[in-house]
Design a protein around this ligand. Structure first.
Ligand SMILES: Cc1ncc(C[n+]2csc(CCOP(=O)(O)OP(=O)(O)O)c2C)c(N)n1
Ligand code: SF4
Ligand code: SF4
Length: 433
């Protein structure tokens, strides 16, 4: 256990924080209010009366349970044959499936953390297979904690060749930097935060609003050239930063090299986020958000829209829909939900998306789904498979371009080189329009 957790976090968890001397905060460099990330991993509460038990024979390995769990208390694990031989025999696995034809022969297990699970049952709700998960008394399951701590939490087992953001299944094999939150059982907000932390959590800066969301993410020459060229590219940044650090470690440790190594956390491109609830985004903090978004800077905004002020007891906000009963709207909300997306769309350069993962959507991390949503919001409503949102949008862009060209007296000819996806069946082939 890290000394910081032993000396500060545990006494505070035991309601003994007011007995801690100022010197202990000074010792850990916390007088300015900074806090270590990831300390909830040490607060094993064991509050659930029953937790999910996994049946590998029935499981389809879709990872939806892991994606939906708001507390990151159920995680998929992939092991090689060799790794499997080194873990306890009770850590039962099944051959992994659905990883692609070129994937190595991994073994799969969905592992629950009984002491982190809150028994909310969200994982069972999203599981497509009856009986793949069964709520089972905590006492019967608590022995599985060792499997979670020793194998599922062992980062050396993370499979970098499998992890990707192409869909939820592949994303879920990655490490959630936001996990074991103390949110209420089944909280939908933390499901999203956990997912964002899986996408960009290792290089994320967050400013978060008051509300339920507190305390996030807590979480050579050739190499130099490559770093300088690519550090600002969000896809390349991790790799070139890693290469630069590896190269610097081999160099003569001059003062300059040491300075860079000591400040390595600043090297990778950061993913900057403003996060808060609907009360913050639609009401209290709206002016501030608008100011920031009006700068056209590289920033992400995540609104955890629970349609009420959750943290202060469920008062209605401007995000509360018409007719919904909430505090201050006891007779049903009289006016319509404010359309925050439409307001920000006016800036023209902001990409807006809705990610209704917990309300029945299947694969909303899918770019296709997101693009479709974004274009539909601009009025391009797909009619048939041959007349989809993006083909309509491309046509309209061409028409607009033609008008602009004509206005400037520019002659142009349609060469038929504009490419567009047609139907799902013809994926992989492109058709000229
Ligand atoms: C400027 C300001 N006004 C009021 C509050 C009090 N306050 C704290 S949490 C909260 C509710 C926030 O609701 P929401 O933004 O929807 O987040 P949720 O709790 O639902 O995550 C309020 C009103 C505050 N912290 N700051
Ligand atoms: S019961 Fe709730 S907290 Fe426990 S693993 Fe399932 S989704 Fe996570
Ligand atoms: S949701 Fe159900 S089928 Fe999918 S991985 Fe979890 S247990 Fe298996």
């Amino acid at each position: 256990m890290p000394p910081f957790v032993r000396d500060i976090v545990l006494p505070m968890d035991r309601q003994q924080g007011d007995k801690l001397p100022a010197s202990v905060f000074q010792k850990y460099g916390m007088l300015d209010g900074t806090w270590e990330n990831g300390t909830s991993a040490y607060a094993k509460r064991g509050v659930a009366t029953s937790v999910p038990k996994w049946d590998g024979a029935k499981c389809t390995q879709c990872n939806r349970c892991a994606a939906a769990c708001p507390h990151a208390a159920i995680r998929p694990v992939l092991l090689t044959e060799e790794e499997k031989a080194n873990v306890p025999a009770l850590f039962e696995t099944v051959p992994a499936k659905g990883l692609g034809k070129d994937a190595p022969a991994y073994f799969y297990r969905m592992q629950v953390s009984p002491y982190d699970c809150l028994g909310c049952g969200v994982c069972l709700t999203v599981c497509p297979v009856e009986g793949a998960l069964t709520m089972t008394p905590f006492d019967e399951m608590k022995g599985e904690q060792a499997h979670f701590d020793e194998t599922a939490m062992n980062e050396s087992y993370l499979k970098k060749d499998v992890i990707s953001d192409r869909n939820i299944k592949f994303l879920e094999f990655s490490k959630p930097y936001f996990r074991f939150s103390t949110a209420c059982a089944g909280c939908a907000e933390t499901t999203y935060l956990k997912m964002v932390s899986q996408l960009v959590g290792d290089r994320m800066y967050v400013g978060n609003a008051a509300g339920c969301s507190y305390a996030y993410s807590g979480v050579a020459l050739e190499a130099v050239g490559s770093y300088l060229e690519n550090w600002n590219d969000k896809r390349q940044s991790r790799a070139v930063t890693g290469a630069l650090l590896a190269a610097l470690a081999q160099c003569k440790q001059t003062e300059d090299v040491q300075y860079v190594m000591e400040n390595k956390e600043y090297l990778a491109k950061k993913s900057v986020w403003a996060i808060g609830g609907d009360g913050w985004a639609y009401d209290i903090g709206f002016g501030g958000i608008d100011y920031v978004l009006a700068q056209n800077r590289d920033i992400n905004l995540l609104v955890l829209d629970t349609e009420v002020y959750s943290n202060t007891g469920g008062q209605s906000s401007k995000a509360t829909p018409t007719g919904a009963v909430a505090k201050f709207a006891a007779g049903g909300k009289q006016i319509a939900k404010k359309d925050l997306g439409a307001i920000f769309m006016n800036y023209g350069y902001i990409y807006i998306d809705f990610v209704p993962f917990t309300t029945g959507s299947k694969w909303r991390l899918d770019i296709r789904g997101s693009l479709k949503q974004a274009l539909a919001a601009q009025g391009f409503k797909g009619a048939t498979r041959g007349d989809m949102e993006w083909s309509q949008w491309i046509r309209s862009e061409r028409e607009r371009l033609a008008v602009v060209m004509e206005r400037h007296g520019i002659e142009w000819e349609d060469k038929g080189t504009c490419l567009c996806w047609t139907t799902r069946k013809s994926r992989g082939q492109r058709k000229k329009i």
